[in-house]
Design a protein around this ligand. Structure first.
Ligand code: NDP
Length: 487
């Protein structure tokens, strides 16, 4: 593949060089080839982006919600118009199968823009008569917000952060993960084409240092991060210097629980979606699959036969189910967990090796892997792997599985498969997780609040709840009579 032209920073509605003139390479995970160079933003560039965002805000905040919503809606249409192009770009830069990206990445980003386009005009305060007068509240935008993204859903994450922020009247400076820098730039171009004032959405590129320049910047009011738990803690520490608001969407080690009365085919579908979609690189994945003892053998038979049928291949091939992991380093990280699982006594029922795909010899492919013979204290059952590695566990009863499912510092998500609705709702109430699916897994419609408990995060994305994290509530008291002063 021929190397594409350099990508620059997007500041003030146009491409700009990085001040230091430094670049990094972005690679195609399927073959390790360089796609293009990308400019790195340093402190001065972040400063320029903040200035541009403040400038853009003047125009943006003066628009009413309906007018802001119109721009977001036009952007959504443009995304849909460019669906194939964006789906290919995401597949190229992130190694995601082209069978996934049109819907899971492009449509989900467009859905998000459409949803918040509709919500933009509905931001409203409250009014109440009180002693001596009345008060009302004003949900106001925070100002300049920073979004920092992970590499597994680059376009979707850029939309999930920018759409509610912009709908509420904020400006955003977005930093994509350095492994997947391309689609956020395309989103920026489409925002501009849709009529977004210059400076309201900016993209700065780079590594952790660029992220730190954002989290430490005194004129940035809020930071929303999607990333690892450790990064979340670092971001929160840095943001605390200027008491920035934070939204943190972090990692997980979620339980997927299959009771003996479940529809086993659906439960296996949930386990496959919750472990192997996007090569297992999904934060909410149900990587601890607890199966009730009496249906264990039947479940395993179905799981293995469907896992065996998964096709590893070039992500740009429409027949591919499982593409490469994001990078060489991440592949080694995942393989080291598989090794650790074996060392600690786990048995690999299927997979467990690096895969070689013809035509993609340098790609970072790992076979979908199912581990058996595990106990809850083993490393692969406790730690987030972020790859196609499913841990199979068995349980006897509801009380036992609830305690084991909750015995983790994470609390992102959970799934329950059962035909007993009372039990489904009881489990949902008892699981210590921000999102629980009953008889499904990993489905995230934009209308539904999304966010974790415990060390999996703070705050919610999507739904109207997201507005709470991109606004500040001002209270205004209005007196109806004279001021009675006792002196
Ligand atoms: P990282 O935490 O490594 O990186 C996330 C982003 O933060 C990147 O843009 C990264 O830059 C940047 N960054 C790193 N260090 C700092 C810092 N000190 N200050 C500011 N920014 C920083 O996560 P990954 O990209 O590896 O993504 C995988 C992780 O994301 C997994 O743990 C996964 O569970 C989680 N995730 C959570 C989701 C959720 O909604 N809960 C959804 C998707 C993923 P750079 O890339 O250049 O290092």
């Amino acid at each position: 593949m021929e190397r594409q032209k350099d990508r620059l920073l997007w500041i003030g509605g146009q491409y700009q060089q990085g001040t230091a003139g430094e670049f990094f390479d972005t690679l195609n995970p399927a073959d390790g080839q360089v796609i293009c160079r990308v400019a790195i933003a340093g402190d001065e560039d972040v400063e320029r982006a903040v200035n541009a965002a403040e400038q853009g805000l003047r125009e943006w905040r003066a628009l009413d919600g309906t007018a802001r919503g119109r721009v977001l809606m036009r952007t959504a249409w443009l995304l849909r118009e460019h669906r194939d192009e964006l789906a290919h770009l995401e597949s190229l830069d992130a190694g995601k199968p082209i069978a996934e990206t049109p819907e899971a990445d492009v449509d989900s980003a467009a859905d998000c823009l459409e949803y918040f386009a509709g919500q933009a005009s509905s931001l409203q305060g409250e009014y109440q008569e009180v002693d001596g007068g009345f008060f009302y509240t004003r949900p106001e935008p925070l100002g300049v917000c920073a979004g920092i993204g992970a590499w597994n859903y680059p376009l979707q994450i850029a939309a999930w952060k920018s759409a509610p922020a912009l709908a509420a009247g904020n400006a955003m400076i977005f930093k994509p993960a350095e492994l997947t820098p391309l689609s956020a730039l395309r989103l920026a171009e489409l925002f501009k084409e849709a009529g977004l004032p210059d400076g309201v959405f900016n993209v700065v590129q780079g590594f952790a240092e660029t992220g730190q320049a954002l989290t430490g910047h005194p004129r940035i009011a809020k930071v929303s991060l999607t990333g690892e738990v450790g990064t979340g803690k670092a971001v929160m520490r840095s943001a605390s210097d200027s008491l920035k608001a934070v939204t943190l969407e972090l990692g997980g080690k979620s339980p997927l629980i299959v009771f003996e009365d479940a529809d086993l085919d659906n439960a296996v579908s949930g386990a496959l979606l919750g472990n192997f979609f996007t090569q297992g690189q999904i934060c909410t994945n149900g990587t601890r699959v607890f199966v009730q003892e009496s249906v264990r053998d039947a479940f395993v038979e179905k799981l293995l036969s469907r896992t065996r049928a998964l096709r590893l291949g070039n992500p740009q091939d429409p027949d591919t189910d499982v593409g490469p992991l994001i990078s060489q380093g991440h592949m080694e990280h995942v393989l080291s967990y598989i090794e650790k699982g074996r060392e600690e006594g786990g048995q690999v029922l299927i997979g467990g090796e690096r895969a070689r795909v013809p035509g993609c010899e340098n790609g970072h492919f790992v076979e979908p892997t199912v581990f058996d013979g595990l106990s809850d204290d083993m490393t692969i059952v406790r730690e987030e792997i972020f790859g196609p590695v499913l841990s199979l566990l068995t349980f006897r009863d509801e009380q036992e599985v609830t305690a084991r499912a909750n015995a983790t510092p994470f609390g992102l998500a959970g799934g329950v498969f059962t035909r007993d609705l009372d039990r489904g709702h009881r489990m949902a109430a008892n699981l210590d997780a921000g999102i629980v699916w009953i008889n499904h897994y990993n489905i995230t419609p934009i209308e539904m609040p999304f966010g974790g408990f415990k060390q999996s995060g703070i705050g919610k994305e999507n739904s109207r709840r997201a507005f709470e994290h991109y606004t500040r509530l001002k209270t205004v008291y209005v007196a109806k009579g004279d001021v009675e002063a006792p002196y």
